[in-house]
Design a protein around this ligand. Structure first.
Ligand SMILES: Nc1ncnc2c1ncn2[C@@H]1O[C@H](COP(=O)(O)OP(=O)(O)OP(=O)(O)O)[C@@H](O)[C@H]1O
Ligand SMILES: [Mg+2]
Length: 344
């Protein structure tokens, strides 16, 4: 009797769970369908067959000019407001500002990933809207905030389809970003396939994309938070290598760690889509405005840390005798000292 009852209950619940499964599949089909139709409904890119103005990458001088640029992803909400700036050929231009200020949006506009309505960005006096999109992209080399690697060997990820790149050039780029030694210690070296198993740390991925940019060697270079996951010492080495590589070329760099952009020729301080201050490091510090606040706040952190560190060190000696057998506690303090040494 009980066995029969349980069998009937099973017969009753099985179809119910099948209905629930079908409902879930229908929901994911509806969501996927919506995305397919969104893609099909997107506006086509404008025809650029008539545009023939193209600056030859080897002849451009790289004067970059933003003329009263305003832009919003959504027309009702402007992200960039009346932005004007002039970067002379060969300058290192740093763009700094709080999160969401519009820094990445600005370089997206410079590379013509989005169209402007009426306002102009000019390179050597030629509006980028008058050049075919591919010609604009050829002038730039950009390292994005999000790293992007594909499933192939490390070498292929660095060379990225460019023809005539020698092994020595690849090694030199990796040496410049401090990755050469690490790659050589991998079993397959430069021929290691990058996939889920042979994964790299976030910082190593960033360094790899910078090595890729060094190989590409375009006339204008943009680094957008390209070293945000890299430790401070490696970041300083990479910046020095980039400065050598980009000597005489226009170089845009976006960084939150202000110590790395101190030597920029022009620092544009952005807030809410507008430049609120510009000048070089000393000029901006002497203004004692927003940049000085940003810069000092980074030092406040170090200062607070030092203060905290000295407090711990003072107590450590007396506490150590209490916790002499507690190896973990002592290890924590030692690793803090290491941290401090590395950042100092
Ligand atoms: N694709 C997008 N669609 C709509 N709004 C966007 C898009 N990308 C960015 N925004 C908005 O534009 C503003 C500026 O974003 P942006 O990425 O330029 O900031 P950011 O200065 O680069 O910040 P961070 O320092 O965090 O990288 C933000 O308020 C963001 O919400
Ligand atoms: Mg950004």
């Amino acid at each position: 009797m009980i066995v029969a009852f349980i069998l009937y209950v099973r017969l009753f619940t099985n179809p119910l769970s099948q209905i629930v499964q079908a409902a879930t599949s229908l929901q994911s089909a509806a969501a996927a369908g919506q995305r397919v139709f969104e893609f099909l409904e997107e506006d086509e890119l404008s025809d650029e067959a008539g545009k023939s103005v193209a600056l030859r990458p080897d002849t451009v001088c790289d004067n970059v000019e933003f003329c009263h640029v305003s832009f919003g992803y959504n027309p009702s909400k402007l992200v960039i407001r009346d932005f004007s700036a002039y970067a002379k050929a060969g300058q290192k231009v740093a763009i700094v500002g709080p999160t969401g200020a519009g820094k990445t949006t600005l370089v997206n506009l410079l590379m013509r990933f989005y169209e402007l309505n009426g306002d102009e960005i000019r390179i050597d006096g030629v509006s980028i809207a008058d050049m075919p999109r591919e010609a604009v992209h050829d002038l730039f080399c950009m390292v994005f905030q999000d790293t992007w690697l594909f499933e192939d060997t490390i070498r292929e990820n660095i060379v990225y389809g460019k023809e005539g790149v020698t092994d020595e050039q690849v090694f030199a780029a990796c040496r410049a970003v401090g990755l050469d030694h690490f790659i050589r210690t991998l079993p397959e070296g430069y021929h290691t396939i990058l996939n889920d198993r042979a994964n790299l740390s976030a910082g190593q991925k960033q360094l790899l994309t910078i090595a890729r940019a060094m190989i590409e060697n375009a006339s204008l270079l943009i680094l957008d938070e390209a070293t945000s996951s890299v430790d401070a010492r490696t970041e300083a080495l990479v910046q020095a290598a980039m400065d050598r590589l980009t000597k005489g070329r226009t170089f845009f760099v976006i960084a939150h760690r202000l110590s790395t952009i101190k030597n920029a020729d022009l620092i544009l301080v952005m807030k809410d889509g507008d430049i609120i201050e510009n000048g070089n490091h000393e000029e901006l510090l002497s203004k004692n405005g927003f940049y000085a606040q940003l810069y000092n706040s980074q030092f406040d952190i170090v200062f607070n840390f030092l203060y905290f560190q000295s407090l711990i060190s003072a107590y450590a000696v007396s506490i150590e005798s209490l916790f002499r057998r507690n190896g973990v506690f002592i290890l924590v303090i030692l690793s803090n000292v290491e941290l401090y040494n590395a950042s100092g």
